[in-house]
Design a protein. Structure first.
Lengths: 580, 569
């Protein structure tokens, strides 16, 4: 069932390649015919070479046949390969593009729920393996099938008895291959487990090599590693050896077929020598050559079948990603336009999983230009609010309004355009500093960009980078966490949006630089609605509204004075010094 | 390559036996056309059915022997290949563990991991295939040629013409394709980068409405990949057809020459058939060989990456020789110390001079990038000072063997890292032989007794990277781990940042009861204010040092930091 679905999906992707597909099939037919005709002509030519007298004209005619067949194979096999490359790599490209487009349309819930490695490996490795399978299939399947039928056909036409002998023995090789494959499955599984075990250990220890060295654990680790490595070696030996028995075994059966053809063919040459249509020595040669050619596609097809099972599994994962439910489309909805910055929430309910209630009956009224501080202990779910405001997640009940409009009645892009967001977890694209800074406003001038960089004290270290603003930076690499955060802040400053979301935006910056950045922020925030997740007292005290969160819920809200007077959780936090 | 042969050395016997048995198997195959010739020339010629039967039984016998030889060869090849990759993994692991911190920075974890896993796997496949096939193919090709000469030397000259042509074709195609395959690999890396970035940066990309731009970039990258794949494919696809053509040209020449030779009575029909069969044998072999070359080329480039690691120098145990201990000296002496990171332009530290006496607590305060962490990392010689002199226990730190040095220093890194196992197994990193009571004592000092309890005691499970613990819990366990060592010097590199003020204060009070010298790196004045000496760091040098009160009285930078943290409280 699953396979059938994947199969239908594959056909859908193959559809645009109908023309190359037809060319492939025609080429495969020609190649198979050419590969059958070459030995046939060679056999006929040899038949002209008798000790009793050589028919030179016959030899010439037939070797011309060999030549034509070989040139035909040359041309069409090349066309076949080129077409197959186009199809397989084209499908690969199309399918990757669809999967990638999906990434931007999937709800963040989907992306948050699984490790990044899982999803990117679907787009990279699974797609790759699928196209490899496709390529192998196209390169070997059609020619294989055609060769099998062609060989059978010609053999039947010339000497059906020998064809029968071949026909009966050859399938043995498939059974043997199957038998070995089912046996090796177990050893491969053991190898995979053993490998995963070692990889996990290596991952952990090399990942934190500096700690390992600080505690001089090298020797102890080496002993553990040796143990795991030895069991992997043993498991691998079994897996590699068992899987490599397929070839010799099928070759053995092939050799038996060969011997059987030689024997029966030899006898037929003797028995039919005096008949009208003798089975000649040249024909025997052709048959022997066919015996070789005939088993090869059988092996290849069983290989293709095995490979394709894997390719199907990869395709199924790809199609399941591509078929994943998207965020509801907002095409056709009006744009929000530039807002004043009034934000309201009415009776909002939200939770990440149905079995764990999080936010319920949440109301909020923020006037344009207000500063809202969100406080609470680490892990209390302050980020949830960011998720809802930016519509990374949608509320389950109630509604959030910006300037009086339900955010779900406008396009997401137009809503997000009104927010400037700086998160604690910085993210920079692998691109130049300039491209990163101008991400929100690609059309802004270099002067503006430099000005923003100076305002957050990033200009100096940018100039110290090897190529200044043209230096390619990325998520990993030379910049410290604090420097990356400064770049993220400059990136938002350039956009000058009417509303700001700052989620621990200065957590990695030292207190002195932070003060400078705060001043720059203060200038930016003037007259703008801002939501600030923070634990620094001065930031919190000066807020117009404080939201106090605990274990994912908003437990209190009000001004600093009002909340202190209330003597609740906020007061408790205040007296503990807002740590964490 | 020398690393490959050195790793293969332990499996020398297998590596020799495997091709040897392949040779035997190939000889069985090479005999077949001779038998066929006998069937045609003798059996058929004389109408001798018994002869044909016997000949075919010999063929079957060859098949059985061939199977036996082949299986033996596969076993030895598998053993040599698997053993070689295991040896390489072991050597890589040992080498990487010996790397200095600079080298670790330089290489990066991801790159080390791929070398350990996928590169060694490719080499294993490459060795296996080489032993099984790469040697078999030349044996068959040259063997078939030799046998052809045995059948008829004159006609066999065709083979001599064919072989160089085949070599040229295969070599030319590979020479063109191998660098292009590398190009394909680079394009694939770009595609991977796009995919990964759009996952890690999903929020930012959506916030900046960059979805379309990213999509366009991805389209362009997949297009570049497609183009490079199709281009290299176009050339690679020539191998098969060209060899096919060449071999058939040889067939044509063979039959034409053979015809004349038979006409002159110098050759029999069966001889021509045998020669033809040898050509057919070569053809089948070459098709396999062409596919194999790609695998081997890939394996060779992986082996290069592995070799680069194995060639790299590990960290030596000592950097300088012989240094006599000055017993009366302070525990730690920094004399005009400077340090520049590899590849970093400006020095991270310069002109650092201070001393620390036994039992003192040294606070190190400063902003982001001021060089605080760099300074303490010079103590266990994670990095060696590039200028000046660091002396520990009266000895030049470069002359103390790394293991001895690090045994005396308890280091708590910025990032709290624990390993899969139990609470006890993690704490015992500090000291392998520590008993449970010692572990609990350390945990109590580190204010981590409740963490141990929460995990269900010392035998409690710790998940990979300590994922089943909160940030604060992890920090306290890493402090306990360092204390289990009973170090002479304890370094806390901003390692109480996740603790609340009260716990942090209790921790500092507990550390006061120890006799060891403590280095306390922090951004918070409150963490270091009780220290015997505070170093105020600014852009890689010491701006001032003294006690809290002294600094508050005279150091403008300290005053500024202090104000920025106490304002409004």
């Amino acid at each position: 069932m699953k396979n059938r679905k994947a199969f239908a999906g594959i056909l859908r992707y193959l559809k645009p390649y109908t023309v190359p597909l037809l060319v492939t099939i025609v080429s495969a037919l020609t190649v198979a015919a050419g590969q059958l005709l070459a030995p046939y002509f060679a056999g006929r030519a040899v038949d002209c070479i008798l000790e009793t007298g050589v028919d030179m004209a016959g030899v010439r005619k037939n070797i011309l046949g060999v030549g034509v067949s070989a040139v035909g194979v040359l041309v069409f096999q090349w066309i076949l390969s080129v077409c197959n490359n186009r199809i397989a790599y084209g499908v690969l490209r199309d399918i990757r593009r669809d999967a990638f487009r999906k990434l931007a349309r999937l709800p963040l819930r989907y992306l948050d729920d699984r490790p990044y490695g899982d999803v990117s490996s679907v787009i990279v490795s699974d797609a790759e393996q699928f196209s490899d399978g496709l390529l192998l299939a196209f390169n070997q399947f059609f020619t294989g099938i055609l060769t099998i039928f062609g060989v059978l056909g010609i053999m039947l036409a010339i000497r059906w008895e020998i064809a029968l002998v071949v026909f009966c023995i050859t399938p043995l090789s498939i059974f043997v291959a199957r038998f070995i494959a089912s046996r090796t499955y177990q050893t491969f599984k053991a190898q995979a487990e053993s490998r995963a075990e070692e990889a996990a250990f290596v991952d952990e220890m090399l990942g934190e090599l500096k700690v390992v060295k600080a505690f001089s654990r090298e020797k102890a680790n080496e002993a553990i590693f040796e143990g795991k490595n030895e069991s992997l070696r043993q498991a691998s030996l079994k897996a590699v050896f068992f899987s490599s028995t397929t070839n010799p075994t099928t070759r053995f059966i092939n050799a038996l077929v060969y011997a059987a053809v030689a024997f029966s063919g030899g006898l037929f040459v003797l028995m039919t020598a005096d008949m009208g249509a003798p089975f000649t020595a040249g024909m025997l040669m052709t048959f022997l050559s066919y015996a070789n050619q005939y088993t090869k596609p059988f092996n290849e097809i069983s290989e293709v079948v095995a490979e394709f099972q894997n390719a199907f599994a990869c395709a199924a994962r790809l199609f399941s990603l591509i078929g994943e439910e998207e965020e509801p489309s907002d095409a056709g909805l009006p744009a929000l336009g530039r807002v004043r910055g009034e934000v309201a929430a009415e009776d909002v309910a939200f939770s990440y999983s149905p079995d764990r209630e999080l936010i319920k009956h949440f109301d909020l009224a923020v006037q344009a230009g207000m500063r809202v501080a969100i406080v609470g202990p680490t892990g209390c779910g302050k980020t949830t609010l960011v998720n809802l405001l930016m519509r990374f997640y949608d509320v389950q009940e109630g509604a959030i309004y910006v300037d009086g409009r339900d955010v779900r009645t406008v396009t997401r892009a137009s809503l997000r355009e009104n927010y400037g967001m700086v998160l604690q977890e910085t993210w920079l694209k692998t691109a130049t500093v300039r491209e990163n800074l101008k991400m929100g406003r690609p059309d802004c001038s270099d002067e503006e960009m430099v000005e923003a960089a100076k305002a957050v004290k990033a200009h100096a270290f940018i100039m110290r980078l090897p190529q200044g603003y043209e230096t390619v930076i990325g998520d990993e690499g030379v910049l410290s966490a604090g420097q990356k955060q400064l770049l993220c802040i400059a990136r938002v400053m350039l956009c000058r949006p009417p509303m700001l979301i700052l989620d621990e935006a200065t957590s990695n910056i030292d207190t002195r630089t932070e003060k400078i950045v705060q001043e720059a922020f203060a200038a930016l925030m003037k007259g703008r609605t801002s939501f600030i997740v923070a634990h620094r007292l001065s930031t919190i005290e000066n807020a117009d509204l404080i939201l106090v969160m605990r274990e994912g819920k908003i437990v209190e809200q009000g001004t600093h004075a009002a909340l202190l007077a209330r003597g609740g959780f906020y007061a408790e936090l205040y007296h503990a010094g807002f740590s964490g | 390559m020398k690393h490959l042969f050195s790793a293969l050395k332990r499996y020398r016997i297998e590596a020799i036996l495997s091709p040897l048995f392949k040779l035997l198997e190939a000889m069985m195959e090479l005999m077949v056309p001779l038998v066929i010739r006998a069937i045609v020339n003798v059996g058929i010629e004389n109408g001798d059915r018994a002869y044909i039967l016997h000949a075919c039984l010999i063929l079957a016998l060859f098949a059985v022997l061939g199977l036996g030889f082949a299986l033996t060869a596969q076993y030895f090849a598998a053993k040599a290949a698997v053993g070689t990759s295991a040896t390489l993994r072991g050597r890589l692991f040992r080498k990487m563990q010996s790397f200095s911190f600079s080298r670790i920075d330089d290489m990066g974890t991801a790159s080390m991991l791929t070398r350990m896993t996928s590169d060694t796997q490719q080499v294993q496949t490459g060795v296996n295939m080489t032993l099984r096939l790469l040697l078999r193919s030349p044996i068959i090709v040259f063997g078939a040629t030799a046998m052809a000469f045995f059948v008829d030397a004159r006609t066999a000259l065709v083979f001599l013409g064919l072989i160089p042509l085949l070599v040229v074709v295969i070599y030319a195609v590979m020479a063109v394709c191998v660098p292009r395959y590398r190009n394909v690999q680079e394009r694939l890396d770009d595609v991977y980068l796009s995919a990964r970035e759009n996952l890690t940066g999903a929020r930012v990309i959506r916030a900046f409405r960059k979805e379309e731009g990213e999509r366009a970039e991805f389209r362009q990258r997949t297009k570049a990949l497609y183009t490079s794949q199709v281009r290299v494919g176009r050339i690679a696809a020539l191998t098969g057809p060209l060899t096919y053509l060449l071999v058939n040209v040889a067939v044509i020449v063979l039959v034409a020459v053979g015809a004349i030779r038979v006409d002159h009575g110098a050759l029999e029909q069966g001889d021509v058939i045998a020669l033809y069969n040898y050509l057919a044998l070569i053809l089948v072999e070459l098709v396999k060989f062409a596919n194999l070359i790609v695998t081997v080329a890939k394996a060779a480039s992986c082996m290069k990456r592995i070799g680069a690691v194995l060639d790299a120098e590990g960290e030596p145990s000592t950097l300088t020789e012989g240094d006599t201990a000055d017993m009366g000296a302070p525990v730690v002496v920094f004399r005009d110390v400077g340090f520049t990171y590899d590849g970093g332009g400006a020095p991270a530290l310069s002109g650092i001079t201070f001393t620390a006496e036994r039992g003192e607590t040294i606070g190190i305060l400063g902003g982001t990038g001021a060089g605080k962490s760099t300074l303490v990392r010079l103590l266990p010689r994670f990095y060696a000072a590039t200028a000046g002199e660091v002396r520990l226990f009266g000895r030049d730190v470069n002359a103390i063997p790394a293991e001895e040095l690090r045994a005396k220093i308890g280091y708590v890194p910025q990032k709290a890292v624990l390993f899969r196992g139990t609470v006890a197994s993690n704490l015992r990193w500090g000291c392998e032989n520590a008993d449970d009571a010692a572990l609990m004592r350390a945990a109590e000092l580190a204010q981590a007794a409740d963490v141990v309890e929460a995990k269900g005691g010392l035998a409690g499970e710790i998940a990979q990277a300590g994922r089943n613990l909160s940030g604060g819990q992890k920090q306290r366990l890493t402090i306990a781990r360092a204390l289990v060592k009973q170090p002479d010097i304890l370094i806390l590199d901003d390692s109480s940042s996740a603790l609340d003020y009260a716990t942090d204060a209790r921790l500092r009070a507990a550390l006061k009861t120890l006799s060891c010298t403590v280095f306390l790196v922090s951004q918070r004045v409150s963490s270091v204010r009780d220290a015997d000496k505070i170093l105020v760091m600014d852009e890689g040098h010491i701006a001032d040092m003294g006690t809290h009160d002294e600094l508050l009285a005279r150091c403008p930078l300290y005053q500024e930091i202090y104000r920025s943290q106490t304002e409004g409280a």
